[in-house]
Every structure is written in C-alpha cells, then in structure tokens.
Design a protein around this ligand. Structure first.
Ligand code: ADP
Ligand code: MG
Length: 667
C-alpha cells in the first residue's frame, strides 16, 4: 500500500468550513454592512427631518410674532382714526384725554399708549424726543408702522414704573454662555407701534403704543401652544419657545425647575455668535438650560435694523433619540436573532451535504491504516458527493477483492515453494544416499580387488607350508609324535589362516562362492547352527529361548543361511559377556504385500547408540579389536540381499539389541 503524506487537518472538514464561510458571508458580513449603511442614511435623514420640523416650527412662531406686531399696529391705527378719539382730542389737549387714552390702552390690551405731538413731545427720561424712534418719526410723517424696540429701564419707568418693574429680570448664572458682569436685565423688549393722527387744529401728531414682551408669558405660551399643539410631538418630548433680549431669556416656557421658568438664563456662546453676531438662523441640536433640544433660533431686528434679540423654538431631543435607539436596537436584535436561528440551520444543512465527503476521508484514512473492510456505509446517494462516496465503496470492494486474490495467490505460491523445497530436499537426500552407496560400492570394489589379490598370494605359500609340513611328518614318521602338540598347533594355525583367507575371498568375490539355493524351514537351519555355538553359550552362562512360529519356507543356500545366523548369534553372545538371555524367534510376515519369514535374534546385552548402528554394516568396522574382523555383518547383509531379503537392527544402549532377518517365502 502506498503511504501518502497528508495534512493533519481533514480536508473535508476544512472544505466544509470554507464553503460555509462563503455561504454565511452575505448574512454575517454583507448584510450587516448594508444594514449599517442603511441605518446611517436613515439616521441622517431622521436628523434632517427633525431639523426640517423645527424649521417649520420657527416659521410658525415667526408668523405669530409678525401677527402680534400687525395686530398691535392695526389696533392703534383703528383707534387713531376712530370718531371717539377724534371727538376727545378734537380740541387739542383736553382734560378728558389721559383718561380716554388709559381706557383705550386697557381695551386694546396694550402696556403703554401715548400721544406724541409733532415736535416729538413728551421728551423721554433720557431727554430725547419721541421722534428719535423710527416708528414715531414715520407716523409723524403720516405712515403707520410697527417694530420691535428695546426700551431702557428709565424709558420704561417714564412710561410706567410698573412696566419698568415687570421688565426687570435678574440674570442667572448659565454655563456655556458668554461671561458677563451684569447682574440683571432692566431693558424691555417691546412691540412698538405708531400711527399718524391729525388734531382738530390740523396739527400732525402720532398715537404711539406697545406691548412689553419681557415676562409676557401669555405671549410665549400662545406661541408654544400654536407651534406645539397637543400630541404634535412624541410622548415625553416637550415643545419650548423663548424670546431673547440680547442673549437673555426674557420670556420663555423653558423650565429651570418644575415650577420655575428659566427667565434670566442666557443662551450658549455658540448660538449667540451665530445668530446675534452673524445674523444666521440656527437649526441644530443645542443644549438649552439643562437638556438637549432640537432648536431653531432666528435674530430679531429692531426698528433701527439692529439685531437686538432672538426668537427660539425647540423640542426635547431625548425621546426622539430614544425612539431612534429603540428602533436601531430592535433592528440589530432582530438581525442577531435571525442570524442565531439561521446559522445552526446552515450548519446542519452543510453537515448533511458534507457527510459523504467526511465519511470518504475517514474511510480512506482507515483503509490506509490497513483496514481493508472500511466503507463509507452510505445507503443512498442524495447528491453528486453522495454518488462519489458510493462509487468509492464500489472501488474499495474491488480493491479488497484484488487484495484477497493477491493474498490467495501469495499463499498458493508459498505452498508451491514449500512443496518444491521438500521435493528438492527429498531429491537431495536421495542423491546423498545414492552418493553414499556409490562411494560404498567403489570402496567395496576396491577392497574386493585388493583382498582377492592378497588372498591368492597368501593361499599359495600356505599350500606350500601345508605340503611341506606333511612331507616333514612323513619323513619323521614315528618320531613326529614327539612334536605332536606343536604339529597340531601349526595345523590349527594354518587352518585358521586358510579360513580367514576363504572369508576374505568370500567377501571380495561372493558370486564365486554362491552355492545352490534350496527351500528350508528357517527354524531347522537355526537348530543345526546351535551346536557350533554351544560352548560359547555355556561359557557366558546365557539362557536360550526359542519361539518357532514360522510355517513358510525360505529359498537360500543352506550354508550361507547358517553363516548369517551364526554371525548374528556370535555377535549377540559377544554383547552379553556377563550372561543374559538370547531369544530366537521365527514367524511368517508379509513385507509390502510380499509374503516372507522373519527371524529375530534378540539379546539382553550392551546395546548400541544410534551413531554406532549407522556404522556396523560397514566392512571392517569392529569394536572388538583383536577378536573381530568387522566383516560379519557386511557379509551377512550381502548374502541376505542377494536373496532379496533384508537385515534390520533395533537397539537400546544398556538394554539389548534385536537383529531381524527377513527373507521372502519360497514358492
Ligand atoms: P565383528 O563381530 O568381527 O566385530 P561384525 O560385523 O560382526 O564384526 O560386527 C561389527 C560390530 O557390530 C561389532 O564389533 C559390534 O561392535 C557390533 N555388534 C554386532 N552385533 C552386536 C550385538 N548383538 N550387540 C552389540 N553390538 C553388536
Ligand atoms: Mg561378528
């Protein structure tokens, strides 16, 4: 499996969040941005609307003031041309005149009313003639006119001490106002109106009257009621109107406290500079006495064309601001609520979409970790990604199948290799055995050659010795008896030599010694052997046990079979130097379906190690030094194999040995 380097974070998840970000961008970023812009615009429009409204309010107040001025002028003019006035003043200065004027003043609701003659008399308190006022001058010239004028306290006092008293306003310390040393405002702002009259003697005069605006609360409340009618403002807001003399509030409904009007307080320096100094109309939010108001100020110009005061209207800003903030808060909260409600829905939706992708990533990770049976386990494809996931499962199935096949092939290959290996091993063993046999045959052939040669070379001298010995014996005749023992010993040794040589030759060229083969009962042949070894059995105190069960006959040369049996019995006796039991058993036995007879020769002797067993059939291998030739077993094996039989051994060191001769049945 190919390991691929992968980033730690799961790609599917990161894609999910990236796409989610794209989906939520409009909601979380663009929408709030648009909302912000809209709110800012709305806010500006709202503020502009308030300014427009206050401007309209100011216009109404202005018109009302103009109306007052006009009314006053019209009243005085009407009085001037009235028959009653003409009758009363017809004859010039009459004693009834002051009473008439005072009565008319009260009727018209004026604060002062007087008749000014063509010279401008009466002279006022400052020693100035009345025609110094532009309105009076115009009236003396024959034109009625009305204006706002500012009268000093002495001028007011000259008109009426009560008037001067009413005009007087103590200044109240006001933050933000232009600093001043003045303690009070004693001047009066008046509506100043004059109409021409012609006296009975044809002399021109002027009827001059007016209204003091200082502390004229009826006037200011009327303006306020007119501008801010009931329910024309939102709940909590409050309309206000004020008349300023210079920068001092001389008539107002703005409250300092609950029951005290803010008379004597002054306008802020900023408004004063803009309106009084520069003559502009102020339309803005302004701090009035103790709160913020949407305010409108316009300058009031007197008959000399000088800016002497201001007209103000305004309403409390807080309720509007609160309404604004409530709306804003509602919008923001609504937005947040909608976002909070929609984002989880988006998330769930996105999760549903990306589930197959995440499952795929997860599955691939598990497959990479070696779990070939990992699958996305999606049952139905709802979209393209789902189909890809199902496709992946299909591919993984194929992959797993291939993997399984590969493993199977691998196992088969391994089996085959093992099979071939064992075959090779077997062949190797066979080769080894064959090689061994070859070596053995070579060895045997060589030994045979040598032995045959040597045996012949020895046979001839022995024949000569034997011949000459017989000659010596016949020559000596009876005298030979004196050395009878010696002669017998020589004869025995010669016989032994010839025996050994015969055995050697038999080993070297067995074919030449092979006699005729006959059928024999093995038990009989063995019985014939026993006298040959009887003395050995006695010497070593060995008990002999016979178990003859064989019924079949074997085909073999009798002498050879005897030789084999004697060999094995002698070996057994040699293995039991301290005595023991020799058991000879014969029985019928089939080997590989071939019928035959088995002859077991068992001893209770020293036994052999497996290592030793491996060598005993080698020619000349012996452990018996002087007595042994090491040829017994190898000759026996040759003889038996020539009859297609076999010899086998079972031995335990210290317990004993069993040699088994198997020969095929003679038929
Ligand atoms: P030899 O008898 O001349 O030594 P053999 O070929 O007959 O030669 O025997 C070879 C060797 O096998 C013996 O030297 C002996 O060590 C061993 N041998 C044979 N038969 C037995 C037996 N029955 N018990 C123990 N060892 C035996
Ligand atoms: Mg032997």
């Amino acid at each position: 499996m190919v390991e691929t380097a992968r980033p730690k974070e799961r790609p599917a998840r990161s894609i999910r969040f990236r796409l989610l970000a794209i989906a939520l961008l409009p909601t979380l970023v663009i929408l709030p941005l648009l909302l912000g812009i809209a709110i800012a615009r709305w806010n500006a429009k709202f503020d502009a609307l308030l300014i427009t409204k206050v401007n309209g309010d100011l216009t109404i107040a202005h018109q009302y003031l103009s109306r007052i001025l006009e009314n006053t002028g019209e009243h005085i003019q009407a009085l001037a041309v009235s028959a009653a006035f003409r009758d009363t003043v017809g004859s010039g200065e009459t004693p009834a005149l002051p009473a008439f004027i005072d009565k008319s003043r009260q009727t018209l609701g004026l604060d002062f009313l007087m008749l000014v003659d063509h010279q401008g008399q009466p002279i006022d308190a400052a020693g100035q003639t009345q025609d110094a006022w532009p309105v009076v001058k115009l009236a003396l010239d024959g034109t009625s006119s009305t204006a706002i004028d500012i009268l000093s306290d002495t001028q007011l006092a000259a008109l009426s001490p009560a008037l001067a008293e009413r005009a007087r306003i103590e200044l109240v310390e006001t933050p933000n106002a232009v600093p001043t040393d003045r303690k009070s405002e004693a001047r009066g702002m008046v509506v100043h109106s004059a109409s021409p009259v012609t006296l009975a003697n044809g002399v021109k005069a002027a009827l001059v009257g007016g209204i003091l605006l200082n502390q004229n609360l009826v006037f200011i409340d009327t303006i306020n009621d007119l501008v801010y009618r009931e329910a024309s403002l939102p709940e909590g807001s409050k309309g206000t109107a004020t008349l300023f003399l210079d920068d001092v509030r001389v008539s107002t409904n703005v409250r300092l406290f609950e029951d005290r009007r803010a008379l004597g307080t002054r306008v802020s320096a900023a408004v004063r500079a803009a309106v009084l100094d520069e003559g502009r109309t102020w339309l803005d939010s302004a701090f009035v006495v103790n709160d913020w108001y949407i305010s409108a100020y316009e300058p009031i110009v007197d008959s000399f064309g000088k800016r002497v005061g201001m007209l103000y209207v305004g309403f409390l800003e807080t309720p509007f601001r609160q309404a604004k903030y409530t709306t804003l808060l509602t919008i923001v909260l609504a937005f947040l609520a909608v976002t909070a409600a929609s984002v989880p829905i988006f998330l769930r939706w996105a999760r549903a979409i990306f589930k197959p992708l995440e499952r795929m990533s997860d599955t691939i990770t598990r497959v990479e970790a070696g779990n070939m049976s990992a699958r996305t386990e999606l049952t139905a494809a709802s979209d393209e990604i789902g189909r890809v996931a199902l496709h992946l499962d299909g591919l993984l199935d194929q992959l797993q199948q291939r993997d399984r096949e590969l493993r199977q092939w691998n196992d088969e290959l391994n089996d085959r290799v093992a099979e071939r290996t064992s075959e090779l091993e077997l062949a190797n063993r066979q080769i080894e055995a064959t090689t061994k046999q070859l070596i053995m045959s070579e060895k045997l052939a060589a030994i045979g050659e040598i032995t045959a040669g040597v045996a012949h070379e020895i046979n001839n001298p022995i024949a000569v010795i034997q011949g000459n010995l017989d000659v010596v014996r016949s020559v000596l005749g009876a005298k030979a008896d004196e050395a009878k023992v010696e002669f017998r010993l020589i004869d025995e040794q010669i016989h032994r030599i010839s025996q050994i040589v015969t055995k050697l030759l038999q080993f070297a060229k067995p074919e030449e010694y092979a006699g005729y083969v006959e059928r024999h009962a093995p038990a009989e042949v063995i019985s014939d052997c026993l006298p040959l070894v009887q003395h050995l059995l006695h010497k070593a105190e060995i008990k002999l046990v016979r178990n003859d069960h064989a019924t079949r006959l074997v085909l073999m040369n009798r002498t050879e079979l005897q030789q084999v049996a004697v060999n094995l019995i002698v070996n057994a006796i040699h293995a039991m130097p301290k005595g023991g039991t020799l058991t000879i058993t014969t029985r019928d036995q089939d080997v590989e379906t071939r019928p035959g007879v088995l002859i077991d020769i068992t001893d209770t002797g020293v036994g052999m190690t497996p290592e030793l067993v491996g060598k005993i059939f080698d020619p000349f291998f012996t452990t018996k030094r002087q007595e042994g030739t090491g040829l017994g077993l190898s000759i026996s094996q040759r003889l038996v194999s020539r009859q297609n039989g076999r010899i086998s051994v079972q031995s335990t060191p210290g317990e004993g040995t069993t040699f088994s001769i198997w020969l095929p049945e003679a038929n």
